[in-house]
Design a protein around this ligand. Structure first.
Ligand SMILES: [Zn+2]
Ligand SMILES: [Zn+2]
Length: 128
């Protein structure tokens, strides 16, 4: 099932800043430009992109397509969030790209060796 752009834009995403650890919350329909950390100003986006097109199958921030499901407080009645293995972005109440049913340490280790992960690490290093 395809999400339309309007659905995508109403998604909430929560991400801990990899530089200063501040938790940031964004609504994709807001015009955040590059989604800067409210504390240290780290830009979660490499460059301005079309939010709706990207989130349909990959993480807006790091570009990874690998996610796992997590229910807040482990209560599935609250719905499932798709969490990005690479940057930890949590997309509230949506399914992106068939996420793993739960966090897998093996998948996490594999993801750490990918180009996407290395590029993300590089951006964090540059910002420090
Ligand atoms: Zn920060
Ligand atoms: Zn990500």
């Amino acid at each position: 099932m395809e999400m339309d752009n309007k659905e995508v834009l109403s998604i909430k995403v929560i991400i801990d800043c990899p530089v200063c650890s501040t938790q940031n919350r964004f609504l994709l329909e807001d015009n955040h430009d590059r989604f800067a950390c409210e504390d240290c100003g780290f830009c979660f986006l490499d460059e301005s992109k079309n939010n709706a097109d990207i989130v349909k199958d990959r993480c807006l921030f790091c570009g990874s397509k690998t996610f796992y499901y997590e229910a807040p407080f482990s209560l599935s009645i609250l719905g499932y969030d798709s969490v990005c293995y690479v940057c930890g972005a949590r997309y509230k109440d949506i399914k992106i790209n068939e996420p793993d049913r739960r966090y897998s340490e093996q998948t996490y280790q594999d993801m750490c060796k990918t180009k996407i992960s290395l590029q993300w690490q590089e951006r964090i290093k540059e910002a420090q």
